[in-house]
Design a protein around this ligand. Structure first.
Ligand code: GLU
Length: 306
């Protein structure tokens, strides 16, 4: 006889969300919107709100920006569960993911530098052929290193040839069977919602580790969302298209799939997305101008409280 508790007794995981800024500039109104939406969602679901510092780009991350993030979030009245996860402390976790993808035969060393990549694409396009761009507008990787033999790869690496690591997208999609999807509870830039068909091929042979940094955003975010048991990813619509890559990595690495809630961006007066390089809407400068958190919440397009 079956015991009652052996059937359909899986507990729902506790709602867990994260705000995941990169400490390479000051937070602006768009970040405030994202952070507050995450914190309010956690509060409404008796869940946990985490802060993750996405500083794998050690060439651009600066400790003073991390300190400024904490100061701005404190000022907004937000609090988060400790410890804070700082990605640069966890390169070993991303290396394990790469090792697994290498074991599956899905990654290859990519030897073209950024300028060689641009030159190669210019050459192709100068012959009148068009060359695909990813959803962020960058050209697909044009190198043919994916066809090198293992012996050639090892010889070049042993020679000290600088190289990044890329996903062999065609190989990764081979034998996938049913297409990958995710549940979108927010909306994409075109209002996409509900069950979304992922389109990782649109990204080409996506970058998994840089020459100088042993991980990429896509790897780190997919691994960390799993390690931190994130149930709901709440972030700006500018990352909607990247979700296709995250879904593929989750599938290949056997990671759980969170729900996604992409939200609209805060735009400037000319309808452009805010950028960290334009200090005008930084939370620090709004505070210095005498604005209160309640003003920032309104400028970020949110109701005064939950
Ligand atoms: N670190 C990313 C950013 O600052 C956010 C990553 C994410 O929420 O998935 O845009």
């Amino acid at each position: 006889m079956l015991h009652a508790n052996t059937t359909h007794n899986r507990q729902q995981p506790r709602t867990t969300v994260r705000f995941a800024p990169s400490p390479n500039g000051l937070l602006h109104l768009g970040h405030a919107r994202s952070a507050i939406l995450n914190a309010r969602f956690a509060a409404a679901h008796d869940g946990r709100f985490l802060l993750r510092i996405e500083d794998i780009d050690i060439t651009r991350a600066r400790p003073e920006y991390e300190a400024a993030i904490v100061k701005d979030l404190d000022w907004l009245g937000l609090s988060w569960s400790k410890p804070v996860r700082r990605q640069s402390d966890h390169f070993a976790d991303y290396a394990s993911a790469l090792t697994e993808l290498r074991r599956l035969g899905l990654i290859y060393p990519a030897f073209l530098s950024r300028s060689e990549t641009q030159a190669r694409v210019r050459d192709i396009e100068s012959t009148g052929r068009s060359w695909p761009r990813d959803p962020d507008g960058a050209p697909h990787y044009p190198g043919d290193d994916r066809n090198l033999s293992d012996a050639e790869r090892m010889a070049r690496i042993a020679d000290g040839a600088p190289h990044a690591w890329r996903l062999d997208m065609t190989a990764a999609l081979t034998g996938l069977g049913v297409g990958l999807t995710w549940n979108e509870h927010g909306a994409g830039p075109e209002g996409e919602t509900g069950r979304i068909a992922a389109d990782p091929a649109a990204w080409g042979d996506v970058l998994l580790a840089r020459r100088d940094i042993p991980a990429s955003y896509h790897v780190a975010v997919s691994v960390d969302d799993a390690i931190q048991e994130i149930t709901d990813v709440i972030r700006g619509q500018d990352l909607f298209a990247a979700t296709s890559v995250h879904r593929l990595l989750q599938h290949l690495l056997g990671l759980p799939v969170p729900r996604y809630r992409h939200h609209g961006l805060v735009l400037d007066g000319s309808g452009q997305k805010l950028s960290k390089s334009d200090g005008a809407t930084s939370l620090a400068s709004l505070r210095d101008q005498g604005l209160a958190p309640v003003d920032v919440i309104a400028l970020a397009g949110l109701a005064p409280d939950g």
